[in-house]
Design a protein around this ligand. Structure first.
Ligand code: SF4
Length: 426
């Protein structure tokens, strides 16, 4: 097992957390549409929002559209804001037009925004009304992507939570099923599914599925394995339907992926020896890819601003598998139960922070001057101007990074800005 680092807790589960409640610098939940519209190929996301919302989505996703887009914005204008127009009538008209033009749509998400919340447009009721009109051809659901109180990955959580009530109920006597929860790129989903099948876990379902209406069953024999760390509401809704959470770290890097598969294996009676034999070749490939990037990253210090909620699993990965030194690891929210297997692997001396007070955090980052800062887009340029090297955290969400075959690419995302800095300095 050359180069694979053993899964041994370093004991940070009880680490003290600095809690901050100040000004925040984060994107809103609309951003999730960018990766979810690529996953659910027959769904459409209709943002009910302003020109600002439309601009955000277009600029975030524009470069990635190769076919007719599966999202749009129904613009709320000044007349709506002033209460002069019936926003519901306008919405019904826009939806009818859209569905007539796009008969391929099977699920339509009405996505709430700050403006729709400001005018108190009841999108839950609108979705019910439109669903009654258009189901079974189209299912109409709603969730909020508003940026007032959320961080950008919570848009996915809200979207998946909206799907849960529509999942069929599994029979009490149904055979145990593994439900993998969280959007994964198709290539990653295929790889992980192959490995799970090779381990002997045959009944594996994914939420979301590629076809938005192929919703898996859920019930007391569902074993829920989270593939993304920001799905608190979805997990709660699934548990209320009987699903049992399988605690696991997240499938990042060779160690993380082995531990994630191992947690599934434990829940389905797969022996450790069988897991290691099935994953042997993939672990070897991942180890070789990581060794190359470790030459650049070993001993380098890294500071994570709170942004995507992926920060703790990423910090575990870079410290445990690449030998980076963690200075501060910020997360917008800390879900102790979902994060426990990751926290156990973090070094004792790392500073964890939850929430944000951006000015204070900037003071700390300038005082520490880490080799690499992982942060949101809004902070990257000012930090670069002050001589720090940055990585956009959103890139780590948009890129397929889970699983063995992506471990090298994930490490390279951290190494690239440092390599670029070295080339510029040479
Ligand atoms: S939902 Fe709110 S934060 Fe997001 S783009 Fe629209 S106005 Fe801005």
């Amino acid at each position: 097992m050359a180069g694979v680092i053993p899964i041994e807790p370093q004991g940070c589960a009880s680490h003290e957390v600095l809690r901050e409640r100040g000004q925040r610098e984060v994107f809103c939940g609309l951003t999730g549409i960018v990766w979810m519209h690529r996953k659910m190929q027959d769904a459409f996301f209709l943002v009910v929002g302003s020109r600002t919302c439309a601009h955000l989505i277009q600029s975030a996703a524009g470069v990635m559209i190769f076919a007719e887009p599966r999202f749009a914005t129904a613009i709320i204008d000044e007349r709506d804001l002033a209460g002069l127009a019936d926003a519901n009538a306008e919405l019904d008209r826009v939806v009818a037009q859209l569905l007539q033009r796009r008969p391929d749509i099977r699920t339509l998400f009405l996505v709430g925004s700050c403006p729709s919340e400001v005018i108190k447009l009841d999108l839950a009721r609108a979705a019910q009304r439109l669903d009654a009109q258009h189901f079974p051809q189209v299912r109409v659901l709603n969730y909020s992507g508003s940026g007032i109180e959320t961080t950008f990955t919570q848009g996915e959580d809200a979207c998946l939570a909206a799907l849960v009530p529509h999942m069929p109920q599994a029979k009490p006597a149904a055979a145990p099923q593994l439900l993998v929860v969280g959007t994964l790129a198709d290539v990653v989903e295929d790889q992980l599914q192959r490995l799970l099948h090779a381990m002997g876990i045959d009944d594996v379902a994914f939420l979301p599925a590629r076809h938005s209406r192929s919703l898996p069953e859920v019930g007391q024999n569902t074993r829920m394995l989270l593939a993304q760390p920001y799905l608190a509401d979805t997990a709660r809704a699934l548990q209320a339907r009987g699903a049992v959470h399988v605690p696991a770290p997240y499938p990042l890097g060779a160690v993380g992926t082995t531990a994630w598969l191992g947690a599934a294996g434990d829940a389905f009676g797969v022996t450790r020896a069988h897991l290691l034999s099935v994953t042997e070749a993939a672990r070897q490939r991942a180890s070789r890819a990581l060794a190359k990037q470790r030459e650049v990253l070993q001993g380098k210090s890294v500071f994570f601003f709170p942004d995507s909620q992926l920060e703790i699993p990423l910090a575990r990965f870079v410290s445990q598998e690449l030998g980076m030194r963690l200075t501060e690891v910020g997360t917008p929210y800390l879900h102790r139960a979902h994060m426990a297997p990751e926290l156990e692997q973090l070094p004792q001396d790392v500073r964890l922070s939850e929430g944000q007070d951006v000015e204070r955090q900037l003071d700390r980052v300038h005082a520490q001057r880490p080799d690499l800062v992982v942060c949101g887009l809004g902070l990257a340029n000012p930090l670069e101007a002050r001589g720090l090297t940055t990585k956009w955290s959103i890139e780590l969400v948009f890129t397929p990074i889970q699983g063995y075959d992506q471990a090298g690419d994930l490490a390279e995302l951290f190494a690239r800005p440092l390599n670029r800095g070295m080339r510029l300095a040479a």
